[in-house]
Design a protein around this ligand. Structure first.
Ligand code: ADP
Length: 248
């Protein structure tokens, strides 16, 4: 692999959270080496608390690493020109409840410096893409989780990013909503975008990701193509006790 193919390159990445007195509290990321290549969809999979969101916040430059190095689109994460090329869907979308999807997207388009005419075309196309034409002028505070997620995804695409970072994009969605998100991810990857997405459910990423990295207690425990990982004996094992037939 050429270095130019690496859209994200993490080397020896560590993050220890500290309390008010700078005493270490949690070692959330404990030495991650990971590369995301141009045009691929990489799934970061792991249970709650395994360090997925922390890794993403480090990549976005929202947190400062305790050790290690991060290159995103060939630059440091805090580089503003780099940030302009990234789209981010947070785990919890913080949308303004009184704004409509159209107003929300215009607002973000303005933050990215898009002119009025360019923004109008982009906003209309995104609203169509996420299937919100019928609700484009209703306040998002009235929306269901799935509808809010659609607005969040459109917002992450408003700057036409080269790299899309989606934190738990399918969590809380019904199977149809989940399928739609995965179809959009595949479409975006086919159009040349690189996607890093997290999930705590293998089923949510296995049919959409080119590769997955399994995170556990802040470390990458396995990495590769989904089929390879599933064929490796013992690489992924789920043990759940005490479930009723209905729960299974
Ligand atoms: P995940 O996204 O996989 O659920 P996180 O990155 O959110 O995992 O959390 C990893 C670990 O770091 C957890 O033990 C969590 O409690 C801890 N943690 C996350 N954010 C903070 C924070 N702001 N301050 C202290 N500890 C945190």
């Amino acid at each position: 692999m050429h270095d130019s193919d690496a859209i994200i390159a993490l080397h020896g990445l560590r993050k220890t959270y500290r309390d008010f007195w700078r005493r270490p509290t949690t070692q959330a990321v404990r030495g991650i080496d990971l590369t995301v290549r141009r045009g691929e969809v990489l799934g970061l999979l792991g249970p709650n608390g395994s360090g997925k969101s922390t890794t993403i916040k480090l990549i976005l430059g929202l947190l400062h690493p305790s050790a290690g190095s991060i290159r995103v689109l060939g630059a440091r994460p805090r580089d503003t020109a780099t940030k302009a090329r990234i789209g981010y869907l947070p785990e919890v979308t913080c949308l303004h409840p009184f704004l409509t999807p159209r107003e929300t997207l215009f607002y973000y388009a303005g933050l990215f410096g898009l002119g009025r005419g360019q923004a109008r075309g982009r906003v209309d196309a995104l609203i169509r893409m996420v299937g919100l034409e019928h609700a484009a002028d209703r306040p998002v505070g009235e929306f269901s989780k799935g509808m809010g997620q659609r607005v969040g995804l459109a917002q992450a695409l408003v700057n036409n990013p080269d790299l899309l970072i989606l934190d738990e994009p399918t969590s809380g969605l019904d199977p149809v909503g989940c399928r739609e998100v995965k179809d959009w991810v595949r479409l975006l990857a086919a159009s040349g975008k690189t996607v890093l997405m997290t999930s705590h459910l293998l089923a949510d990423v296995e049919d959409v990701c080119d590769r997955i990295a399994i995170l556990c207690e802040g470390q990458v425990r396995a990495e590769g193509r989904v089929q390879e990982l599933l064929q490796r004996p013992g690489a992924v094992r789920f043990t759940v006790e005490g479930l009723t037939d209905a729960q299974i």
